[in-house]
Design a protein around this ligand. Structure first.
Ligand SMILES: Cc1cc2nc3c(=O)[nH]c(=O)nc-3n(C[C@H](O)[C@H](O)[C@H](O)COP(=O)(O)OP(=O)(O)OC[C@H]3O[C@@H](n4cnc5c(N)ncnc54)[C@H](O)[C@@H]3O)c2cc1C
Length: 372
């Protein structure tokens, strides 16, 4: 029987939306080229952050944090979510000014964020932070989660409610007639469906350019480094004002460090059915240096692995969450610009409402396709 909705991509956006739609009783199929969380949603640092969010994204981040609090219970699984806060560290007087201004502006938006105005206050929250740090913002309701467990938890609960997942199948063409989606072609079959969500991350333009649409994405890369397991040392996520490094200790004890985002001229390499985005060695080095600068204890840890992760960056660093202007029934979700993990419970909620033709109850005007 033909599905009512096809979702392309089993990253966190596709799986969170599948979970939301599974409550509707519609027949939903998710089609994934590689395997769940094989790209951005597996490569991620997986911070769940409201602090430092663009004003347009803050309501989504706040909605999402409310959902994260009860997500393990709702999904009947362990997502590894820890609500232990986020520290944005200032390493110079110039950065102290920026942190103060961030705290002021986000307090005005009713975010629970405070200024820690000296090193002692910062180290009271995170004792492993360098004695060189001058100040920090602290948002205690931020946190982090385990990315693969989270995607798996959404997937399993969606499956339990009837969604089917088709792994190792690639969507290759959208079929449109009279400005209405009528189906799609995959590497294995032709599917008739009136509705389709493209939650395929950096690959979205490959599918929409043939129907005359483009999201102005600049495909960028961030470099991630993971250590071996360590004793519990750090609860909150640590970041810095210029974004050069973000790091956290996973619940399994490993530290995960991510670089800032930079332009990338490489392309995805497939090895044994797995996608890779290889980072530059110099970026591994500079990320380690930036990490050591804020958390000197890292010096004694062993490095277990490193990888690159692609980022679907838009000109305003906000996503597109919208129906395609020229194809009724085709929904677009991409351009998360390096912060789509934490807000996924909100994105899934919004996208499911759009697909079900219900008015979204979160502000989405800033995520329109035609704003560029
Ligand atoms: C290094 C790094 C650090 C990050 N840190 C954070 C953070 O701390 N906090 C935060 O909120 N966000 C963070 N992000 C961003 C966040 O991880 C992403 O925005 C989010 O995971 C994107 O999820 P997605 O489901 O939209 O896309 P993806 O996870 O990329 O999923 C897209 C899926 O679509 C599949 N696909 C593609 N084309 C096709 C096709 N034709 N047919 C079928 N399937 C297809 C892919 O295989 C993939 O599985 C980070 C990202 C990176 C890379």
């Amino acid at each position: 029987m033909s599905p009512d909705v096809v979702i392309v991509g089993a990253g966190i956006t596709g799986c969170a939306t599948a979970y939301e739609l599974s409550k509707s009783g519609l027949r939903v199929q998710v089609i994934e080229k590689y395997y769940p969380a094989s790209m951005g949603s597996g490569w991620t640092l997986a911070g769940v952050r409201q602090s430092g969010r663009h004003a347009a994204e803050l309501p989504l981040a706040q909605y999402a944090v409310e959902k994260w609090r009860n997500l393990d219970e709702a999904l009947g699984a362990d997502t590894g979510y820890v609500q232990a806060g986020n520290l944005r560290l200032a390493r110079s007087e110039e950065e102290v000014k920026k942190v103060k201004s961030l705290v002021d502006s986000q307090q005005r938006k009713n975010l629970n964020i405070i200024l820690l105005s000296n090193n002692k206050q910062v180290r009271d929250v995170a004792p492993c932070v360098s004695k060189k740090i001058l100040a920090a913002s602290f948002c205690p309701t931020d946190g982090h989660a385990d990315p693969k467990s989270t995607v798996d938890a959404f997937k399993r609960e969606a499956e339990r409610q009837g969604v089917t997942f088709h792994i190792g199948e690639s969507v290759q063409k959208l079929l449109i007639r009279n400005n209405q989606l009528i189906g799609l072609e995959t590497s294995k079959r032709r599917i008739e469906t009136p509705k389709c969500l493209l939650a395929c991350g950096v690959s979205i333009n490959e599918l929409i350019e043939p129907i005359g649409l483009t999201i102005p994405l600049s495909i960028s890369i961030a470099t991630v480094i993971q250590t071996t397991r360590q004793e519990p040392l750090l609860a909150p996520v640590l970041g810095v004002v210029d974004g050069a490094v973000t790091l956290r200790q996973q619940r399994d004890g490993r530290f995960r460090l991510s670089s800032g985002v930079e332009t990338w001229s490489g392309k995805i390499t497939e090895i044994n059915g797995q996608p890779y985005a290889f980072p530059a060695i110099s970026k591994v080095q500079s990320t380690l240096e930036a990490g050591l600068d804020i958390c000197p204890a890292l010096e004694h840890f062993q490095m277990r692995s490193f990888w690159g992760g692609t980022i679907d960056l838009t000109p305003d660093a906000l996503p597109v969450l919208d129906e395609a202007p020229n194809a009724k029934g085709l929904f677009l979700a991409s351009g998360f610009s390096g912060h789509g993990f934490g807000i996924a419970p909100a994105s899934g909620h919004i996208l499911s409402r759009l697909i079900l033709e219900q008015t979204p109850d979160l502000p989405i005007g800033s995520f329109a396709f035609n704003r560029f």
